[in-house]
Ligand binder design. Structure first.
Ligand code: PAF
Length: 282
């Protein structure tokens, strides 16, 4: 497993791999790798000849009051975990290399970022799409793997790839969960023992909404109310609960077609997100 700290070296390696006819799968991460990330890496092995994992805590996707400074950084532990898998290259660029002085080019989608997390995290998706495009240009992947927990991120990236005719296949991977259903996230590290126990209500509330839907409930406000009550009842502070269109993320008053239920809630200082997809019944 090779480790590249510079953009130039990483790009040269990727060019060489392509020159030899090898395909590349990229798993972009911000490090503090958990079992969910490692599952994405295992999946990447099936998608291409070579696997690159990038580790970069991207400042441009954090708001001024967000957790950029304290975001967990555990490079040595991450590298140890990756060395156990079939990873060919790890890309760990410096801030200066990714955003040199005078940097001023940004990717900004018009509509998708105006929903869900984009409402409270101004500029977040501008930062995400920009860094992901940069990673694609540096690592030259044929496929890139993203988890479905960040469903809006996944849609933004798919849209960018389509709109800009990028030659990369976006592979989405189902949410990986802890034994009690809590979606795996690097931010789970922020939870105290009690908050950690309580936070599993997010998944239970989505499960409850799924059951209500299965038994015939179609009104979004009723589904939202149940989720809200359960999360607030367990001490969480809801940022949003939305029932929305799977592609546009526009609010749906009723679930008559495939729909996404997306939730963001605070437990202590950890802002956690999760979602489920409701499939339309015949
Ligand atoms: O999902 C993440 O960890 C980040 O948003 C990503 C895609 C690595 C971009 O910084």
């Amino acid at each position: 497993m090779q480790i590249f700290l510079s953009v130039k070296k990483m790009q040269e390696w990727a060019f060489q791999a392509k020159k030899h006819g090898e395909t590349i799968a990229l798993v972009p991460t911000m490090g503090a790798l958990h079992a969910g990330h490692l599952e994405l890496v295992r999946h990447a092995e099936k998608e291409a000849d070579k696997v690159i994992v990038s580790i970069f805590v991207n400042p441009s996707q954090f708001g001024p009051k967000e957790d950029y400074k304290v975001y967990p950084r555990e490079l040595e532990k991450d590298l140890r975990a990756l060395s156990q898998l079939k990873v060919d290259a790890v890309f760990v660029p410096s801030l200066e290399d990714m955003y040199p002085e005078g940097y001023e080019t940004w990717i900004d989608l018009e509509k998708l970022p105006g929903h869900l997390c984009g409402l409270t995290r101004q500029g977040h998706f501008r930062g995400v799409s920009t860094v992901v495009l940069k990673l694609f240009n540096i690592c030259l992947p044929d496929a890139a793997i993203f988890g479905e927990k960040d469903f809006q991120q996944l849609l933004v990236i798919k849209k960018m790839v389509r709109d800009l005719n990028l030659a990369v296949r976006i592979v989405q991977h189902p949410i990986l969960r802890e034994h009690d259903g809590l979606a795996m996230s690097s931010r789970n590290m922020y939870l105290s023992e009690d908050e950690r126990k309580n936070a599993s209500v997010i998944h239970r509330s989505l499960d409850r909404a799924q059951k209500l839907y299965d038994s015939g409930e179609r009104k979004s406000e009723n589904l939202i109310q149940v989720i809200n009550q359960m999360i607030e009842g367990a001490g969480g502070k809801v940022d949003y609960i939305k029932v929305c269109d799977l592609n546009t993320l526009n609010d749906l008053p009723a679930v008559d077609s495939d729909a996404l239920i997306a939730v963001a809630a605070f437990f202590g200082k950890a802002r956690l997100i999760d979602n489920i997809v409701l499939r339309a019944k015949e």
